[in-house]
Design a protein around this ligand. Structure first.
Ligand SMILES: [Cu+2]
Length: 345
């Protein structure tokens, strides 16, 4: 109902504007002032074009320089160096073209504003010019696209065998982290197994799941390949680790992955930034609902020895909650019990 009334209101306002315009035109015809094409506002508009160019140009440079450190975070992964250099090459090429075209775009309306004694030149076509402005962008863009494609193929190639696996599962509104345990193989999962005490939906009838363990934060070793296996439990989320130059969607029903090699420990980055509080983080970059802003997890990059030590100290799901082993087959239960005994030693 309101929509209809608003529609009628808009129509009425538009018709009033149209009537005012019509009356003005008729008045100028009667007065005989409609013959004059250019008025004083022509010059004002021409000058406004130049002011707009200068104003927005200054604002753009001021903002870009002021906020530079906020969008150029230090790189903490091997492939990040490659993607960053691609980014800056693209930025340089498109930036120069952007500046030239926009300066011309705004200077031309000023330079060629209407003058009574000036006539437009008739210039139908120029084949040579057209070939140049088609061929040059085609070659430059092909170069950019191909170098980007080569880098992306490398980055998304299968992870090395020895990569450390971490599962990251997004849900409204947090991330759950699961490690595969000693066997480096994650156990199966099934959304139908999700309960209050099994938020990952881990299938404990799969032997690979018995040594899996959860973690409140992502701990990974420096200088070694890490494979993130990413999934979502409800809606689209997206894993974003800006210092690692890592971004990958978490899609319900379609597991994704991203592997990389971290190059600086959290401690090293703290020293570099002179910030003892610094933490690497994962943020969600898919607007996934009301609590989207709260989807943060800390990533801690440590030396490989410290990682091995931390890994060995973690308690499996079943060690943390023996009730999860209830109802399992005798064979699986025995395996789980061996683990329990080991952890109690
Ligand atoms: Cu999210």
């Amino acid at each position: 109902m309101y929509g209809f009334l608003i529609g009628v209101g808009v129509l009425l306002v538009l018709s009033i504007v149209w009537m005012v315009y019509r009356i003005q035109t008729l008045v100028s015809v009667v007065k005989g002032s409609d013959k004059k094409i250019a008025s004083g506002s022509n010059k004002v508009n021409a000058i406004l074009f130049i002011l707009f160019l200068l104003g927005t140009g200054i604002l753009m440079f001021w903002y870009s320089i002021k906020e530079f450190d906020n969008y150029q975070l230090p790189i903490a992964s091997e492939h990040g160096v490659i993607t960053d250099s691609l980014f800056w090459i693209t930025m340089a090429v498109t930036g120069v073209v952007f500046l030239i075209t926009h300066i011309l775009l705004f200077i031309f309306p000023y330079k060629y504003q209407y003058k009574e004694d000036r006539k437009a030149t008739f210039y139908p076509d120029n084949n040579k010019l057209e070939i140049i402005w088609t061929a040059v962008p085609a070659v430059v863009l092909a170069g950019l696209v191909i170098s980007g494609w080569v880098a992306w193929s490398d980055i998304t190639a299968p992870a090395p065998e020895k990569a450390h696996v971490v599962e990251i599962m997004g849900y409204q509104f947090a991330w759950e982290i699961r490690y595969p345990g000693k066997d480096n193989v994650l156990g199966d999962y099934d959304y139908r197994l999700i309960t209050a005490s099994n938020s990952h939906g881990v299938d404990f009838t799969d032997k690979n799941a018995l040594d899996d363990f959860p973690s409140p934060k992502v701990v990974i070793p420096k200088g070694e390949p890490v494979l993130f296996k990413i999934r979502a439990r409800d809606v689209l989320h997206s894993v974003f680790a800006p210092h690692m130059r890592l971004k990958m969607d978490a899609v319900p029903g379609m597991p994704t992955r991203f592997w990389f090699v971290p190059t600086k420990t959290t401690e090293e980055m703290r020293a570099e930034l002179n910030d003892p509080e610094f933490e690497y983080e994962i943020a969600c970059t898919e607007i996934c609902g009301r609590g989207h802003f709260g989807m943060r997890r800390v990533i801690e990059v440590v030396e490989p020895e410290a990682y091995q030590k931390w890994y060995a100290e973690q308690k499996t799901f079943i060690q943390q909650n023996p009730a999860l082993a209830e109802g399992l087959s005798t064979e699986v239960k025995e395996l789980a019990e061996i683990q329990l005994r080991e952890s109690n030693k």
